[in-house]
Design a protein around this ligand. Structure first.
Ligand code: ADE
Length: 988
């Protein structure tokens, strides 16, 4: 049996613990025999048995012989028959005195100083008549004295007691005799003890191990399996090893107390009433969770008190819960097209967090005062977001009929609602839909179509025609399945939609608007444009040409132009616009040959990527680099700061990106790809590549060091500490870097504040190159339905929808960077999900101005966020625009917070009823904790909230500056939304 090193320590430990005397089983001890010993002697005048009494009157059996004067002694003393029991080997311990011959005069020829020990195994004792035959006995050993005597100072010789132990065995028969042969010595045998060793029964790790006799062969151990104690179960086979000395060694495996039991003093005891243990293991019983109890011992679960329940997925450690009480304060608001129900959470949530609401509806009709005839509402009624499982505290009901009494029941449910008995508490409200608005427009007809236009007309609904202010037509390419849509308006029941693609099917929906608001949209209608050869067959007199999606962009341009007119600095901007128009084809491709401008070369176009590294980067001798500390972790390895020794022996601070060891060839290529891109750029607002190390390990990319790190964290660290001019200066730098990159034909695809680096002079430089690889590395990048990885919040809709990346999509991202900068690193769209961001952008929603943001900058952001990419500004325009602002700081003094009316363009902030209750609104900006502050201060409608100032927000108890900022920004949106609603005649 061999043991691994890991057991060495254990072995020693266990050995020391277990070395006690219980591991000896005594078969014979002459000192403990009270009666006669009755041992035999041959011849009878040889050994003498002397029995004396000690102080306690117990006999001391001694055998003596001392025939030292006579030659040829052969005196035998034989024990009684000793039962072997379980022994496989026995130990014989002899205590005796032995005179040395020198101490006895005249015995030199005959005196001996040893005696012999023999044994004989038999299965039964000999009868009294059996003759003693010495030849039958096997010799164990010759016993000599260690200390037959010692000399005292006085010269006396004092006899000393010797103790000798001998092993006898293996023994296999039922018993044995011991025999002592004297050949002429002077011996007194004071005691004989015969015993064997065993490992005594024990409890270890909640397992019981029986008495075990060690192997005869003292170098091997007996493996013993333990049995788990009562109420315990095996986790890993419990084992101990019995060693030759009767010690237990090397405990392995264990048992654990079963459910309902815990370990106390090495056994498993039942949990007391009021406690439980749901799993087997070495844990203690736990107290029953609230609203539950266990009445008996050994509880494995606590049963819920009456009226309380546990849902199927609730853990047994969770408190028992109950159904919630009814929702409170159910109110309704109705306008022409929608009916809003809002309520507050129940006073008792039942102790759970999984609260949702169901809205049920009954429709009642009948003569006033007469008997009402009620039935469940028909399926036509639409609930937004849904009728059941609503997580907020409001719902919009659409498509209701006119002149009907609807009774709505709102029930609060949680995970245990289905388990309770009895009626469920409901809140209800009856709403009469007398003021229902105009009905839908009728059937839409295609009057004619050319290759790029379709003429539509329709019949007006039952509404008085003159009550209709205008119609809105929404349309999109059928193939694109709502990826993007355009809309247009007309005052007459007809329109020509232009700017369409030839031979393409478009889907149209219409709605009309009266002084009281919009109708719901009509059904969809599908019409196709003609092919390129088809002429236009139309009655031109009917045609109202509508310029569609460009309206938003155009109106923004008008606003910006107006802005310049007001500040008297319009010319440059318009000129820049014209100049940009010249290269309209250009920035939307990656490789654009502008005369006189160096163009970017995609390293992927090289068959051998090392060739690109060779061409665009400089090799640095690693001995010139001194790495000082790790400042971050990139996808490929650590990013460090350090120093680079230049030719003139001066040192420049640098950042060093390393490629960690064990990389694949592909990783090395991707890593160096960024260097091949960066090496092509030379602009003060683009991070500069110093060089690469590729000929030794680790592979490194060395770039200029930017003391203030990435822009997003830098701004968050210095929240509110910069002047607007400083912020605009940073934005100007980024726009200038982007102008350079887009002029070179490089599309960044991941422009975001986290990818801008800031140096100690606050100069911002664009970094993180590498196209798709960059996105792999970006924690913000999420997979889209088409499988690409895209940083949704920063990316233009066309790039998300069909990966149309261009300098125009970079311009969209730049608008988001502007917003990040002006809000000091706030997360764009806060905690909204990526999906909600996509939907709200699609609906026309745009980020509101951050608190304290000059109108001009928010206008520029909105310009960058035009749906039509062709309408977005060029980076060179942005630079000129920002330069003008910087040169004329008074232009930055009008803050969005101060604007109370807004330009007459609904497209700037299109109608988008985002929120229908204060609760919903605060939930959406993750500020739900302030609901009660708003209500307590009397701000109960969105209308009243929209008029709140920063001071009001502070006054109602929002003290954290970040929270004030978030709420005030969102109030701007509300305000614009309401303004836009009023503009559209929509009342919430
Ligand atoms: N982190 C990543 N690149 C850096 C750089 N160039 N300077 C400072 N910090 C950085």
């Amino acid at each position: 049996m061999s043991f691994g090193r890991k057991y060495c320590l254990l072995f020693l430990l266990v050995r020391s613990i277990m070395s006690d005397h219980t591991n000896q089983v005594v078969l014979l001890d002459t000192t403990a025999v009270l009666g006669e010993l009755d041992w035999r002697t041959y011849p009878v005048n040889g050994w003498d048995a002397i029995t004396e009494m000690d102080e306690q009157n117990r006999p001391i059996h001694t055998f003596q012989v001392c025939n030292v004067m006579e030659p040829n002694q052969n005196n035998w003393l034989r024990s009684n028959w000793i039962q072997r029991q379980a022994a496989q080997k026995v130990f014989v311990e002899l205590r005796f005195t032995l005179r040395d011959c020198n101490s006895i005069p005249w015995v030199s020829g005959t005196c001996k100083e040893t005696f012999n020990l023999f044994y004989l195994e038999t299965d039964q004792p000999h009868s009294a008549t059996t003759r003693f035959l010495p030849a039958d006995y096997a010799k164990v050993d010759t016993i000599a004295a260690d200390e037959s005597f010692t000399q005292t100072d006085l010269g006396d010789r004092v006899l000393r007691l010797n103790t000798e132990v001998r092993e006898v065995g293996p023994v296999t028969r039922k018993g044995f005799y011991l025999a002592f042969q004297d050949v002429g010595a002077c011996i007194a045998l004071v005691s004989v003890k015969v015993f064997y060793k065993r490992c005594p029964s024990t409890l270890r790790n909640l397992a019981a191990f029986p008495d075990t006799v060690p192997r005869v062969d003292s170098s091997s151990l007996v493996e013993v399996r333990g049995a788990c104690v009562e109420n315990a179960e095996e986790r890993d086979t419990p084992k101990l090893y019995c060693g030759a000395d009767g010690d237990w060694l090397v405990p392995l495996g264990l048992c654990v107390c079963s459910l309902g039991h815990e370990e106390t003093d090495g056994v498993c005891q039942a949990c007391r009433p009021g406690f439980y243990k749901a799993f087997a293991g070495n844990t203690k019983c736990s107290k029953c969770p609230p609203h539950s109890s266990s009445h008996d011992q050994a509880g494995t679960i606590c049963h819920c008190d009456k009226g309380f329940y546990r849902a199927a997925k609730d853990p047994s450690s969770m408190a028992c819960t109950r159904s919630p009480s009814a929702p409170r304060n159910l109110i309704s608001l109705i306008n022409e097209t929608a009916l809003f129900l809002t309520w507050s959470a129940p006073s008792d949530s039942g102790g759970r967090k999984d609260l949702t609401y169901n809205v049920l509806c009954h429709r009642c009709s009948g003569a006033p005062g007469g008997e009402e005839d009620c039935e469940p509402c028909d399926a036509d009624l639409r609930f937004v977001p849904r009728p059941l499982g609503i997580t907020g505290t409001s719902v919009a009901v659409l498509d209701f009929a006119k002149h009907v009494n609807y009774t709505f029941y709102v029930e609060a449910v949680n995970g245990v609602s289905s388990l309770g008995q009895g009626s469920r508490p409901l809140a209800n409200i009856t709403v009469t839909t007398d003021q229902a608005g105009p009905s839908l427009v009728g059937v839409v007809r295609k009057d004619w179509a050319s290759d790029n236009s379709i003429a539509l007309s329709w019949l007006e609904g039952e509404q008085q025609p003159n009550a209709i202010l205008d119609y809105e037509i929404k349309y999109y390419e059928k193939e694109q399945e709502q990826l993007s849509y355009s809309s247009t308006r007309t005052k007459t029941p007809r329109a020509v939609v232009t700017g369409l693609k030839p031979s393409t099917v478009y889907v149209f929906r219409l709605r009309s608007r009266t002084a009281t608001g919009f109708t719901a949209y009509s059904n969809t209608f599908e019409f196709s444009t003609g092919d390129e050869n088809s002429g236009m067959a139309a009655d031109q007199g009917h045609v109202l040409v509508v310029v569609t999606a460009a309206v938003g962009g155009f109106s923004l341009l008008v606003i910006l132009t107006l802005f310049f007119l007001i500040t008297g600095r319009c010319q440059g901007y318009i000129k820049a616009k014209i100049k940009s128009e010249d290269k309209r084809r250009g920035p939307f491709q990656n490789v654009v040959p502008f005369p006189g401008i160096k163009t970017y070369v995609d390293p992927d176009t090289y068959e051998d990527p090392t060739q690109a590294v060779h061409e665009f980067t400089k090799q640095i001798d690693p001995s010139r680099i001194c790495i000082e500390r790790v400042i971050g972790a990139g996808e490929f390895g650590e990013v460090c700061s350090g120093r680079l020794r230049t030719a003139g022996q001066t040192e420049t601070p640098v950042a060093i990106k390393t490629l960690k060891g064990g990389y694949m060839e592909r990783q090395r290529r991707d890593f160096l790809r960024e260097a091949s891109i960066m090496g092509q750029f030379d602009n003060p607002n683009v991070i500069r590549l110093e060089g690469v190390v590729t000929k030794s390990r680790p592979v490194m990319i060395v770039v200029e060091y930017m003391e203030n790190g990435s822009l997003d964290s830098f701004l968050r660290k210095h929240d509110g500490q910069f002047t607007v001019i400083q912020l605009v200066g940073m934005l100007r730098g980024i726009a200038s870097g982007m102008t350079y990159l887009s002029d070179m034909g490089y599309v960044h695809r991941d422009l975001a504040a986290r990818n801008i680096l800031v140096n100690e002079a606050l100069v911002c430089k664009v970094s993180d190159f590498g196209l798709s690889r960059v996105l792999e590395d970006d924690p913000e990048a999420a997979y889209t339905t088409t499988g690409g990885k895209i940083p949704i919040r920063w990316t233009a809709p066309e790039a998300i929808a069909y990966r149309k990346f261009s300098s125009a999509s970079d311009a969209w991202s730049y608008g988001i960077v502007m917003w990040e900068v002006m809000s000091y690193g706030e997360r764009p769209y806060w905690e909204m999900s990526n999906q909600d961001v996509i939907l709200s952008i699609e609906e026309g929603y745009r980020l509101p101005a951050p608190m304290g943001c000059p109108v001009a900058l928010h206008q520029l952001m909105l310009h960058c966020w035009q749906k039509e990419r062709g309408q977005r500004p060029y980076f060179s325009d942005v630079v000129s625009f920002l330069d003008k602002l910087i040169r004329n700081p008074s232009s930055l003094m009008t803050l969005v917070d101060h604007v109370h009316s807004f330009p007459e363009s609904p497209e700037v902030m299109p109608h988008y009823p985002l929120f229908i209750s204060i609760g919903d609104w605060l939930d959406s900006i993750k500020m739900s904790q302030y609901k009660s502050n708003f209500l307590a201060a009397g701000f109960t409608t969105l209308d009243s909230v929209s008029a709140m100032t920063l001071e009001d927000v502070r006054r109602i108890g929002v003290s954290l500056i970040g929270h004030q900022r978030r709420i005030v920004s969102s109030i701007q949106t509300l305000r614009l939304q309401l303004l836009s609603d009023q503009h559209n005649g929509f009342h919430v």
